[in-house]
Design a protein around this ligand. Structure first.
Ligand SMILES: Cc1cc2nc3c(=O)[nH]c(=O)nc-3n(C[C@H](O)[C@H](O)[C@H](O)COP(=O)(O)O)c2cc1C
Length: 243
């Protein structure tokens, strides 16, 4: 089984999304999967021009000569793709959205009604890979992933694919915390991510037990907010003193 993760964090390897995705992929490898972690921030991906050449002039091929041609090949060759992105303004990052727009050459322009009675395009490349979503955000509550949950259920519908796992972490800025009290909590969370990776390879789903544990906050919201605000106050005070 081949799993390809597309990571839309502008922070790349220093990001919290990277940390989460790496743990998930490590678990997947333990269960025998072949994995690849692609940082979109390191790729040249232009904006979709809306010219529709990929549908009506050169079906399946985009007119823009950049890294996307290679990424499309990797996308369709995967059994499972991971959309990994932080939450930016209640949505995926611009990098990720740009990448998603450029997946359009995979679809056939012709409309087809789903059994539910809503149109989508026909998918040209045979069966679509299953989808895993990994995200984190700065605010502590899990409710900040509402838009992503709906978005990826729509993406899966459009691609005639299945979302087999969604891993969302509020308070994601804690994941690289060095505080001695945080370290065991982070280690436990990383282990859960690896378990999720393993479970997805073994059964194409995350068990209810692992999913429930992954949803639990690392620390109480009040504590996270207190530390975040103390940090912001300190930095802002330092800047004010310097100016
Ligand atoms: C431009 C921008 C917009 C953001 N918008 C949100 C937001 O709407 N909600 C939220 O909880 N966090 C938001 N964040 C915080 C990020 O989700 C958070 O810092 C996350 O840990 C970044 O992940 P990364 O390290 O993988 O890039 C935003 C950060 C930036 C830079």
């Amino acid at each position: 089984m081949k799993i390809v993760a597309f990571n839309g964090s502008p922070r790349g390897e220093s990001g919290n999304t990277y940390l989460m995705t790496e743990e998930f992929l490590a678990g997947a490898r333990e269960a025998g999967a072949e994995t690849e972690h692609i940082l979109l921030a390191q790729k040249k991906i232009g904006h979709c021009l809306g010219c529709l050449a990929c549908w009506l002039k050169t079906p399946g091929k985009c007119v823009i000569a950049d890294d996307m041609a290679d990424l499309l090949k990797k996308f369709v060759s995967a059994d499972i793709v991971v959309f990994a992105t932080p939450v930016y303004v209640d949505n995926v990052t611009g990098l990720m959205k740009n990448f998603m727009d450029r997946l359009v050459p995979l679809a056939d322009p012709r409309f087809a009604k789903t059994p539910e009675g809503e149109c989508r395009h026909i998918i040209r490349e045979g069966e679509s890979p299953d989808i895993v979503v990994i995200s984190n955000c700065g605010f502590p509550e899990q409710s900040h992933f509402q838009v992503l949950k709906l978005l990826f259920s729509r993406i899966a519908r459009n691609m005639n694919a299945q979302v087999v796992a969604e891993i969302y972490r509020g308070g994601g800025e804690m994941l690289k915390g060095k505080n001695i009290l945080l370290i065991p909590l982070i280690m436990r969370y990383k282990k859960l991510l690896r378990t999720a990776g393993k479970e997805v390879v073994e059964g194409r789903k995350v068990s209810a037990e692992t999913a429930a544990a992954l949803e639990k906050p690392l620390v109480a919201d009040e504590m996270y907010i207190k530390y975040a605000n103390e940090y912001f106050e300190k930095v802002l005070k330092e800047i004010a003193e310097k100016s």
